[in-house]
Structures are given as structure tokens and as C-alpha cells.
Design a protein around this ligand. Structure first.
Ligand code: PGA
Length: 247
């Protein structure tokens, strides 16, 4: 049975005190056996969060693909492994758009993460103009083909997909449950086409983009939506808890 996952993407927010407060609150939640919660924290809090030894997983929002070297200001996967970080985000639209991350870089990061056996959330999703042209499915397929589909079936076991339509991220404009389910079904079908039914059925596909306590239950009730990647609403312990409990 595939895992149900709710992940927090804190982005460049919170103080250390606030981060630890939320993380401690989450530890009080009773999770089901196949349910997982991950917190993607700014680098500077990762060590402090891990020191808590909670069962809620801790992930990093980014890393540099090189193992080490003269890259002032960067953090490598070896730094993350040293802190026993278990998950990473790759391909988030903010990194693609604001930091010009190319398909080649994303593909390379996917390889580095997967080869180091980290649970890897691969983000994909179309901008507004592509949705308006009705080309969202082929756009997302293209992202998966250029960034992900070079992996072997065995490597795909480390992958979680987050479908995040760019027009819904941080805008308060959520995809309807029907729009999201349609894309999730398409993503799963594309994986089945490339890797076969077993791989497709086992991969968790999360929805991201203005998911909140008011719309989470309807989204998570859809057959192919296995949870969410939550930005804004994960900065408040109460709201994020409600989203986890909506599963
Ligand atoms: P949002 O962000 O929930 O604030 O829309 C989601 C994300 O960027 O992962």
C-alpha cells in the first residue's frame, strides 16, 4: 500500500524558536501506520530539529549537486547525510523560476539524492499560461521525461511526486479536487506506461498549491491524491495539524 504523506515546506520563514515549537507540536499527533509527515526546514534549523529525535521526518529544501568543494555558501548532500537528514525536495517551481534551475541540474540533483538513498520529493507542475492553453498534461509529462524517467524502477522507489500547479502556489488559488485528481491520474498513468503497474501503484503523488485546512479533506479524498506539500499553511502548527488530520 502506498504511503500517505503530508509535508511542510517552510521555505525561507520562521525563527528557530517558532520552528522548534511547530515541530514539537507535530510530535503529539497520532499517525496511522502508513502515514508519514515530513518537515522541510531552512538549513539553519536542521540540526536542532534532528536533535529532538522525533518520529516526524526532517528534510532539506535544497542542496548543491557536488559532493564537496569550493562553492561558497552552498550545502552538499554529504552535509545533509552527516545530520541524518532523510528527505530532500528537488525541482520546486521557486527554484526553477527564481534560481534558474535547469532540467539538467534537476536531473543531476535527482541522481545525487537517489544514489544516496534519500527520500526525494520531485516537484512538477505547469504555469498559468500553459494551463490556459490546455497543454498542462504534456507540459508535466515533459518535466517527468526530462528530469525523472531516466531512473531505473529500483531507483524510482525513492521518489515521491508533488504535483504543484505554479498558478496555485502561494496565491490562495487552489486547483479544484477534480483538476488535481485529473492530473494525478495522468501522472500515475504516465509512470505506469514507463515503469509498469506495480511502480505506478506504489508511488505517492502529493498535491501542492494553497492547500489549507478548508480544502485538504476534499483533495485527499481523491483516489490518486496521496497527501500534500504545504507551504503557507504549514507555518502555523494548528492549521498544519488540521491538514494532517484531514487524511
Ligand atoms: P503554498 O506552497 O501551500 O503556500 O501554496 C506550496 C509549495 O510551494 O510547496
Amino acid at each position: 500500500m502506498r504511503k500517505k504523506i503530508v509535508a511542510a515546506n517552510w521555505k525561507m520563514n520562521l525563527t528557530k524558536k517558532e520552528a522548534l515549537y511547530i515541530y514539537d507540536k507535530l510530535e503529539e499527533i497520532q499517525l496511522e501506520e502508513n502515514q508519514e509527515v515530513i518537515v522541510f526546514s531552512p538549513y539553519v534549523f536542521l540540526d536542532a530539529l534532528k536533535q529532538r529525535q522525533h518520529h516526524i521526518k526532517v528534510g532539506a529544501q535544497n542542496f548543491h549537486p557536488a559532493a564537496q568543494g569550493a562553492y561558497t555558501g552552498k550545502v552538499s548532500i554529504n552535509h545533509l547525510l552527516d545530520l541524518e537528514i532523510e528527505c530532500v525536495l528537488v525541482g520546486h517551481s521557486e527554484r526553477r523560476i527564481l534560481f534558474n534551475e535547469s532540467d539538467e541540474v534537476i536531473k543531476l540533483k535527482i541522481d545525487v539524492a537517489v544514489n544516496n538513498k534519500l527520500e526525494t520529493i520531485f516537484c512538477c507542475g505547469e504555469p498559468l499560461e500553459i494551463r490556459e492553453q490546455g497543454k498542462h498534461s504534456s507540459y508535466v509529462l515533459q518535466q517527468m521525461e526530462s528530469n525523472l524517467f531516466h531512473l531505473t524502477p529500483e531507483q524510482m522507489k525513492s521518489i515521491i511526486i508533488a504535483y504543484e500547479p505554479v498558478w496555485a502556489i502561494g496565491t490562495g488559488k487552489t486547483a479544484t479536487a477534480q483538476q488535481a485528481e485529473e492530473m494525478h491520474r495522468f501522472i500515475r498513468m504516465s509512470i505506469e506506461h514507463r515503469y509498469g503497474k506495480a511502480t505506478a501503484e506504489n508511488i505517492s503523488i502529493l498535491y501542492g498549491g494553497s492547500c489549507n485546512p478548508g480544502n485538504a479533506a476534499e483533495l485527499f479524498a481523491c483516489e490518486n491524491i496521496d497527501g500534500g506539500l504545504i507551504g503557507g499553511a504549514s507555518l502555523n502548527a494548528e492549521d498544519f495539524t488540521k491538514i494532517i488530520q484531514a487524511q
